[in-house]
Design a protein. Structure first.
Length: 291
């Protein structure tokens, strides 16, 4: 049985850990509210813009000439895994790493792979591999804004337009709620048309476009694609704080359970020590009486 000093040290250590996890849970809860507000506000705008773009491009004679929609034989692939900069958020980051590796094995076996990580954890994971690594944009979460994310999106778009990549894929966590994040492996380029309720409604709308339909497409397509990447980053950011809040809440509960066991052990050890002292005193008194 452990001595009292060891048990007391363990209790002190667990109490300190519990205070840290509780504080981290509160910080994540505060950050989650802001991140959740941002993604909730972004989703309708992104969906509406995509629906309008699909409507306009579908009815345009020059839609097939959109450079970002051109399909070609896939030989070179750019994958953009989006993780966090920090850990202590459960399986949040490892799920993205696993999904990226799974996509490479199942979809892009034998292709030339380039990784553009967004988030320090993705950068650290893939810099140990033999894949070509773009290390310019992994610090986007240090100062998260549309301008910062836009640079990474433009890099991918320019690479696709120049023929450096035949396909660009996003891997990120979609935010559902605090306890649920869904890993998405989504084709970014070439543009894939998605059928949605919003699009079905918009498809019946006849837009009057100025100065011209071709000009609108030329301006709208790049903007829509950049917003798509920004939306994925915001989804990941909200998911990160939700995952960390859940993980820290569970860690705090586990620390509480461990404290109960340690305090029970401490009391038992203390009782045993007192009992032994009493027995020693009684034995000594009996010995003195016998002598």
């Amino acid at each position: 049985m452990a001595n009292l000093k060891e048990v007391k040290q363990r209790i002190t250590s667990v109490v300190s850990t519990q205070q840290i996890t509780k504080a981290m849970k509160m910080v994540s809860a505060a950050k989650l509210r802001r991140a959740q507000d941002r993604i909730v506000q972004m989703r309708p705008y992104s969906q509406k813009l995509t629906a309008i773009l699909n409507n306009v491009s579908a009815s345009s004679e020059g839609a097939a000439d959109i450079v970002y929609a051109q399909k070609r034989e896939v030989k070179k692939v750019l994958i953009i895994p989006i993780t966090s900069d920090k850990g202590l958020c459960g399986a949040f980051n490892s799920n993205i790493i696993k999904a990226t590796n799974a996509a490479i094995r199942q979809q892009f076996e034998g292709k030339e792979i380039t990784i553009l990580p967004l988030g320090k954890k993705a950068f650290e994971a893939f810099k140990k591999t033999d894949y070509t690594l773009v290390d310019q944009f992994y610090g986007v979460f240090l100062d998260l804004s549309f301008d910062v994310v836009r640079e990474a999106a433009e890099f991918a778009m320019d690479g696709f337009a120049a023929g450096d990549y035949d396909q660009v894929t996003l891997v990120y966590n979609e935010f559902k709620n605090v306890a649920t994040q869904i890993v998405q492996t989504e084709q970014f380029l070439p543009m894939a048309k998605e059928e949605t309720e919003e699009e079905a409604t918009t498809a019946e709308t006849d837009y009057i476009l100025e100065p011209s339909r071709a000009y609108i497409i030329e301006e709208l397509v790049p903007t829509s694609l950049k917003i798509q990447v920004y939306k994925a980053v915001l989804e990941s950011n909200a998911s990160e704080h939700g995952a960390r809040m859940t993980a820290m809440d569970k860690a705090t509960e586990n620390a509480g359970e461990l404290l109960k066991e340690l305090r029970l052990m401490y009391n038992r050890t203390r009782q045993a020590a007192i009992t032994n002292e009493i027995l020693e005193i009684v034995a000594g008194a009996n010995a003195l009486e016998g002598s």
